[in-house]
Ligand binder design. Structure first.
Ligand SMILES: [Zn+2]
Length: 236
């Protein structure tokens, strides 16, 4: 089969356009980012879905978002094993080296990862199959209606926030008040992010929200720390 030169040429055109037309407008910014290094304030953990475009959503400039994206915007447990864990490595770097003050977990509507939890994934994708299990706990014992899928997508975001708290450096920073966790669900067709409110256990449209998401961390009582609330307890 002949290579698709049409796509290659289009990408080359876009690269040249960036260099000639876009870069001059942000060259000074990049010069500073090279001289001073990067100091992103936020770790953005997002689904790999091509329709989720973090810079469009947040209006962020270069240097603001440290990003890790994977299928489903999932966070593996920090179980003490050292291996080829790309997402875990990125979280460790963001918190321990960059000192980010926020972590956003951003799921979205019509997520293929969440659909695959109900309908299965492509044959032969053994790693994908294992990876998707990180969202299994969010699955509801109901027919996968559009509403059920939506709720599962949101529950999966909360599940990942909870799992972030299994990272010792995340727990320490949130308890010290230097790091906040934010759960987002981007509704593609509405062009609106719904943010998770840990106090009510609900996702609130950004247009109505009073903050950009919270949770799951709640200061624990001094004598006895209760287990973190699960997605089911939070009613999402
Ligand atoms: Zn997705």
């Amino acid at each position: 089969m002949a290579p698709d030169t049409a796509i290659g040429d289009e990408l080359l055109t876009r690269l040249r356009r960036f260099h000639e037309h876009t870069f001059p407008g942000i060259e000074a910014q990049y010069r500073d980012l090279v001289a001073d290094g990067q100091h992103p304030h936020t770790l953005f953990i997002g689904c790999s879905d091509s329709r989720v475009v973090p810079y469009l959503l947040t209006g962020a400039s270069p240097g603001e978002l440290f990003m890790v994206r994977n299928v489903g915007a999932f966070v593996p447990p920090h179980d003490g094993s050292a291996g080829l864990h790309g997402t875990t490595a990125a979280i460790e770097y963001a918190v321990l080296a960059l000192g980010v003050s926020r972590i956003i977990v951003c799921g979205h509507s019509h997520c293929g990862a969440i659909r695959a939890l109900y309908f299965g994934g492509p044959a032969g994708a053994l790693n994908l199959q294992a990876w998707l299990e990180l969202g299994r706990e969010a699955v509801l014992p109901v027919q996968p209606t559009p509403e059920a899928l939506r709720r599962t997508e949101q529950r999966a975001v909360v599940l990942q926030l909870e799992r972030l708290m299994s990272f010792p450096m995340v727990r320490a920073a949130t308890e010290a008040g230097t790091l906040t966790l934010h759960g987002w669900h981007f509704v593609l067709e509405a062009g609106e992010v719904h943010v998770f409110d840990v106090d009510t256990g609900r996702f609130v449209p950004a247009s109505l929200a009073t903050h950009s998401g919270s949770g799951p961390y709640q200061p624990a009582p001094v004598d006895e720390a209760p287990p973190p609330a699960s997605a089911a307890q939070l009613g999402v």
